[in-house]
Design a protein around this ligand. Structure first.
Ligand SMILES: Nc1nc2c(c(=O)[nH]1)N[C@H]1C(S)=C(S)[C@@H](COP(=O)(O)OP(=O)(O)OC[C@H]3O[C@@H](n4cnc5c(=O)[nH]c(N)nc54)[C@H](O)[C@@H]3O)O[C@H]1N2
Ligand SMILES: Nc1nc2c(c(=O)[nH]1)N[C@H]1C(S)=C(S)[C@@H](COP(=O)(O)OP(=O)(O)OC[C@H]3O[C@@H](n4cnc5c(=O)[nH]c(N)nc54)[C@H](O)[C@@H]3O)O[C@H]1N2
Ligand code: SF4
Ligand SMILES: [Mo]
Length: 710
């Protein structure tokens, strides 16, 4: 055993990137003085490639910004000061106890993240349900994959973002990408897409001519928030032109007749009026998909641009309808998928940190699921609480008379990333007690009463599940800095202090073994996945109940009661907030290549900070001229909810009625001061992707010294 470790140290440790769901493979070579060097490693998803974030990921291991000691404030207004681990953990346990004794068990909330390993997500869920006994646990995946997940569960009976390996995309003759800018959000993914000079076709739907759209054969520059109408319109054309697969529809689906009637109202000229996409381009898109289907296959893939809306679930259903009518899901080289975002966004939504779920992607309101998981946990099913509040509803309830009075956060920076962040910040401030586990002093950690310094990616063992549902091994390459503990150690220590000395192992292998048992028989069944198989590099896809996993789903049947996929007749409606005279522009939000999420990791990496130093707002030169703004000028983006500061970045690749702003920066550069928290009725996904704004010149210096309260 020690021999193996030495060998690995000299040969480098095989692992995966800490950031997005592509989980590109890399080798880490520890440096004698601390930190490590990154080398890309050949692996199907990345084919030996890495993006700039992956290349520079190791810099944060030895960054002076790392937290290396617990911090605590004595009162809510006192400064954060270094304290011992015992003092920090004792304080958290005492406060959570005190608040639950006074206000009931649900008065303590837990908030997790899709970047946490499977083991952490699992133990966090168990910690909430068993050690705290609270119904109130949710996580940032609610802001990410919840609409796609709800749609896939309803249509296919299971939610695995890509129900096929990423490499299958390379055999598709046509790919329709809806609201996905993979050229920036997962650059190595692009190698699988149709490219210049081949006989395959790429169609991109985006209000901006994004990096990804620039290389497409067809770019549909849709009006923000109208993808649902576009999908219905494309299906209308496919039916009218006789391009649907009637045999597939008859054999493998239910509900098409109602959908056919519904989309008859979405004739091309009407859809052009709603979406801004010319009739000729709508027809071209449908014909490209049909031609691709005859040339290896056709794929329809959605991402956050289509999903982060108050009608995100119905929009995804509309694109699933299109894919089903074309006969794609379950066919080789064809299918429907949603591109998962966070490193463990897939596994993170399977193992019980979501308000309505138990491990194995089970439903918390299903009596059989409760009985099974309670059995593994050694508790009575009746004591399992839940379902609790969804992320945004939870945040909005913090510190209110009916809401939680304390919260424990691990793996999310909601002070930057939640919609209407000004409100989120006020709700966090209204708590009696906030504890945060993070690598760095994130904007959310700055608001905490106790901050715990957590180990990161390359300092601990664990498993991750990538966007294909493939389970991967994350390996420890370097020791955490002295003073730092893993999240599993933190949860085990807190559980013990809350009267649960047993059942909370800090050893990732022990947690994975328990997770396998808890997931057995559930939709995301990991029970047959062995550490040996993962170590050997075997391609391990869930469901994996016995010796064999499932790289491709739906070949013969869908995991619904009758084995068929379900169509759903869905109608278009406008975004929750329409533009008007006061707020005449559509604001859309998203990402840039060099920053990740709330930026708490990537803003601390030198090359990435240099590449994208601060918030910008992208607008068309003609719009800028009309408003009197110049490239590089600082302006204010104003909505009914708040104001964000940003630098003008001119681009003729964006619609004239739309401006774009990424969400990676803190303070008054947060686009989420502006965004709309309107929720999808089913998934409870906020409408991050569209709201009404106006652009204003910066405040005069005098105003800036005495800003009016936003
Ligand atoms: N560099 C980088 N990579 C990342 C991340 C990151 O923060 N930075 N985060 C990871 C995570 S968690 C996620 S979820 C993924 C997200 O990956 P993507 O979904 O690809 O990223 P976004 O930039 O959020 O949105 C994609 C596109 O949606 C467009 N869009 C906005 N509104 C609309 C609309 O109404 N309709 C349509 N069709 N398009 C619209 C935007 O212009 C944008 O180009 O990226 C992952 N990878
Ligand atoms: N306007 C707008 N807002 C958005 C979006 C958008 O497109 N537009 N996208 C939404 C989406 S898709 C997402 S996924 C969310 C993401 O938003 P956040 O949840 O804020 O995501 P991160 O910035 O990744 O936050 C993760 C935090 O956990 C820390 N961390 C990383 N690894 C670990 C670990 O192992 N343990 C612990 N304890 N901490 C760790 C990091 O340092 C960081 O502070 O933002 C959402 N917000
Ligand atoms: S694409 Fe994603 S997983 Fe790959 S190197 Fe970049 S951030 Fe890491
Ligand atoms: Mo995400």
């Amino acid at each position: 055993m020690p021999l193996k470790v030495v060998e690995e140290a000299t040969a480098g440790v095989p692992t995966h990137c800490p950031y997005c769901a592509l989980q590109c493979a890399m080798t880490l070579r520890p440096r004698p003085g601390g930190g490590a060097d990154v080398e890309p490693r050949d692996f199907p998803v990345n084919g030996g490639g890495l993006c700039r974030k992956g290349w520079t990921a190791a810099e944060l291991l030895s960054s002076p910004d790392r937290l290396t000691t617990p911090l605590m404030r004595r009162t809510r207004t006192a400064p954060l000061e270094p304290v011992s681990w015992d003092a920090a953990l004792d304080r958290i346990a005492a406060e959570l106890r005190r608040i639950q004794d006074a206000h009931g068990r649900d008065a303590v909330a837990v908030f997790g993240g899709g970047g946490l390993t499977n083991e952490k997500a699992y133990l966090l869920g168990k910690f909430a349900r068993v050690a705290l006994g609270t119904a109130n646990i949710d996580y940032n995946g609610r802001f990410c994959m919840s609409s796609a997940a709800a749609a896939a569960n309803a249509a296919f009976g299971v939610d695995r973002g890509l129900p096929f390996p990423v490499t299958d995309i390379a055999s598709a003759g046509a790919v329709l990408l809806v609201g996905a800018n993979v050229a920036e959000t997962m650059p190595p993914f692009v190698r699988h897409l149709p490219g210049a000079g081949d006989d395959r076709g790429l169609i991109v739907v985006d209000p901006r001519r994004s990096q990804t759209a620039r290389d497409a054969d067809l770019h549909l520059q849709v009006t923000p928030g109208t993808d649902l109408a576009l999908a219905n319109g494309l299906l209308h054309i496919a039916i009218a032109e006789g391009l649907i697969d009637t045999d597939y529809i008859a054999a493998r689906t239910t509900g098409f007749d109602e959908v056919r009637r519904n989309v008859s109202a979405y004739w091309p000229e009407r859809v052009e009026r709603i979406t801004g996409v010319p009739v000729s381009e709508q027809r071209a898109a449908v014909r490209m998909l049909a031609a691709g289907r005859a040339n290896g296959g056709a794929m329809v893939l959605t991402a956050r641009g289509a999903e982060q809306h108050s009608k995100g679930v119905d929009t995804v259903r509309a694109f699933i309808n299109l894919a089903l009518a074309l006969g794609l899901p379950g066919r080789p080289g064809s299918g429907f998928g949603s591109i998962t975002g966070q490193g463990n966004g897939q596994g993170g939504r399977e193992h019980g940190q979501k308000a309505d779920q138990l491990p194995g992607y089970r439903r918390i309101d299903d009596p059989d699921a409760r009985a099974h998981v309670a059995g593994v946990w050694g508790v009575d099913p009746d004591v399992l609480p839940g379902p609790g509040r969804s992320a945004q509803e939870l945040i909005e309830s913090l510190g209110t008379p009916d809401g939680p009075k304390a919260m424990f956060v691990a793996g999310s920076n909601i002070a930057v990333s939640a919609p209407q962040a000004g409100l989120a910040e006020r709700r966090l401030a209204a708590l009696d007690f906030l504890a945060v586990s993070d690598l760095v002093l994130s904007e959310t950690a700055k608001l905490a009463d106790v901050v715990l310094p957590a180990a990161q990616w390359a300092e601990e063992e664990g498993t991750m599940t990538n966007l294909e549902g493939r389970v991967l091994r994350r390996r420890r390459a370097v020791a955490p800095p002295p003073g730092v503990r893993t999240d599993l150690e933190i949860l085990a220590a807190l559980a013990a202090r809350l009267g649960r000395p047993d059942g909370f192992e800090a050893d990732p292998a022990a947690v994975f073994a328990e997770l396998r048992r808890a997931s057995a028989g559930g939709p995301a069944d990991y029970s047959g996945i062995t550490t040996d198989a993962l170590d050997s590099g075997a391609a391990v896809y869930w469901p994996h109940p016995g010796e064999h996993g499932t790289p491709r789903l739906f070949a013969d049947r869908f995991p619904t009661a009758d084995g068929r996929a379900r169509f759903a007749a869905v109608r278009h409606r406008p975004p929750a907030e329409s533009i008007d005279a006061d707020f005449p522009l559509q604001l859309i939000t998203g990402r840039v290549l060099a920053q990740y999420q709330s930026g708490s990791q990537t803003r601390r990496i030198h090359a990435l900070r240099e590449a994208e130093p601060g918030a910008f707002v992208e607008l068309h030169p003609q719009l800028a001229e009309r408003l009197g703004f110049a490239d590089g000028q600082e302006i204010r983006v104003v909505s009914r909810r708040g104001t964000a500061r940003a630098v003008v970045r001119l681009s003729d690749e964006i619609r004239l009625d739309t401006v774009f702003m990424p969400f990676h920066w803190p303070g008054d550069q947060r686009v989420n001061l502006v965004t709309n928290p309107a929720l999808d009725p089913v998934s409870r996904m906020p409408e991050f992707k569209v709201c009404a704004v106006r652009l204003e010149p910066p405040l005069a210096v005098a105003d800036r010294l005495h800003p009016s309260a936003a």
